[in-house]
Write a protein that binds this ligand. Structure first.
Ligand SMILES: Cc1ncc(COP(=O)(O)O)c(C=O)c1O
Length: 459
């Protein structure tokens, strides 16, 4: 079926809403969805922290799309940089050298921990994790990889096998060699810990036990999201990352930090590991590196791992590795982040505005069981009973079981706030450039809609 066989030209932004919807429903196959049960909303335009539908309704984006639009929509410097690169050179194979790619790699290495000096570019986060695991296996000559239950690492074959959350289930059996462990989560401790310090000590003891029974000498890498993203904004207790680093060093295991969501300003640092001064062997990144303006991800590689491939070919590649358009946008984005002080202001926004405002919400709403986060990376965990911590909806709930969350999401949208909801949580993850007033405006909407969640409180 072709919509308009006679249509030979097309200009962005000129189709009406009905045309967009019709072609979408007829031809676009969407991610993670039962195709017959969705009705994707056409977006007409976006700027800063807002986007608009075709009817002119404006939404304040508390999701940054998929937590990637860190510098906000349509930043004029990036738009110009992308146009300039398009004029200059649109594509070149990875085997050539290219100025946009060289400069992007140089800048990314400059903002990374000291001994990470090389970048392997990918098209996104999943491919970055696939390649990090490949590098770790070849560097160590070992096969196993430890990954956390509460995690998401991407949807390609290896990355979905690393993923701990239910998105993995339909793709099982997956890549062999993945072993799972529990990371720290003080609010729902797998270790019956009573405070953060105990959680930290017990999570590390558990990891040590897993290594013992798996045979530490068979383990190539421990993979973790520095701050767990979609699975709960789980900020590790102080000392945890250093403890994992020490375990890795003790056993010759590589530490892979997945900073696809937590990097490039989201946690008020270039990389979340900077907050704890821990240096991984490999860092995977995507999303915030260029706010998703053009698909881009990559692996930051330590000098020691890079040296493994000095005389031995690296057996991996992608046609679009280091695509000039994507790299030019990353260069512009990092320069903008520096020029506008976005890292520092993201840290301050969390400490001075988002954190205090969300804690004040918790005082007013009995359905808020926990508030946690840092930078522009926060979660409200919603419960039916604060003392038992029974979640507002069950783990991985769908359909009628998820109704209290579905209701909240609809109420936010009806008030012009685009939320990020996962299981029994609302995440507050707007662009890092959102103003304090815009944050307060969005949180005022949350204040209103949480009365709906409060009605389900039983304890
Ligand atoms: C922590 C983390 N790793 C990896 C990915 C996968 O990235 P992509 O969707 O670009 O493949 C995501 C995506 O949400 C993520 O949050």
């Amino acid at each position: 079926m072709t919509l308009s066989p006679d249509r030979t030209t097309w200009t962005p932004g000129t189709d009406d809403e009905a045309t967009v919807r019709r072609s979408d429903r007829a031809h676009v196959f969407h991610s993670w969805s039962a195709q017959g049960r969705i009705d994707p909303m056409p977006i007409a335009r976006a700027r800063g922290s807002h986007f608009w539908d075709y009817a002119g309704t404006r939404y304040l984006d508390f999701s940054s799309q998929l937590v990637n639009v860190n510098i906000g929509y349509q930043h004029p410097v990036l738009v110009e940089a992308i146009k300039a690169q398009a004029e200059q050179l649109l594509t070149v194979a990875p085997g050539f050298a290219n100025d946009a790619r060289s400069e992007a790699a140089r800048l990314i290495a400059e903002v990374a921990p000291e001994h990470l000096n090389k970048v392997f570019f990918t098209n996104g986060g999943a491919e970055a994790n696939e390649n990090a695991v490949r590098m770790a296996r070849l560097h160590t000559g070992r096969h196993k990889v430890l990954a956390a239950y509460r995690s998401y690492h991407g949807a390609t074959a290896g990355a979905i096998a690393l993923t701990g959350d239910p998105r993995r289930w339909p793709s099982e059996p997956g890549m062999p060699g993945v072993v799972r462990y529990w990371g720290p989560y003080p609010y729902r401790s797998a270790f019956f810990a009573r405070d953060e310090q105990e959680e930290c000590a017990r999570a590390l003891a558990h990891l040590r036990d897993v290594l013992m029974v798996e045979g530490a000498h068979t383990v190539a890498a421990i993979v973790l999201e520095t701050v767990v993203g979609t699975n709960g904004i789980l900020v590790p207790p102080d000392g945890y990352l250093a403890g994992v680093r020490a375990l890795c060093d003790e056993h010759g295991i590589l530490l892979i930090a997945d900073e696809v969501m937590s990097g490039f300003g989201r946690c008020g640092e270039w990389f979340a590991v900077d907050r704890w001064g821990v240096a991984p062997d490999l860092i995977t990144f995507a999303k915030g590196v260029n706010s998703g303006y053009v698909p881009l991800g990559g692996v930051l590689i330590s000098d020691a791992v890079a040296a493994t491939f000095d005389d031995r070919p690296y057996p991996g590649g992608l046609t679009y590795s280091g695509h000039p358009l994507a790299c030019a946008s990353a260069v512009a984005s990092i320069n903008v982040m520096r020029a506008e002080g976005i890292i520092d202001s993201a840290r301050a926004l969390g400490a001075d505005v988002i954190g205090p405002e969300l804690r004040a919400l918790a005082e007013r709403h009995p359905s808020v069981g926990d508030v946690r986060g840092l930078g522009v990376f926060w979660a409200l965990e919603l419960v039916r009973d604060r003392s038992t911590r029974e979640p507002l909806v069950p783990y991985n709930a769908g359909g009628p079981d998820a109704a209290p969350m579905t209701e909240l999401v609809a109420a936010c949208k009806a008030r012009g706030l685009w939320p990020f909801a996962h299981f029994n949580r609302l995440h507050v993850v707007p662009p890092c450039t959102t103003t304090a007033d815009e944050i307060r405006e969005g949180i005022a909407v949350l204040d209103e809609v949480l009365t709906l969640a409060d009605r389900h409180v039983t304890g």
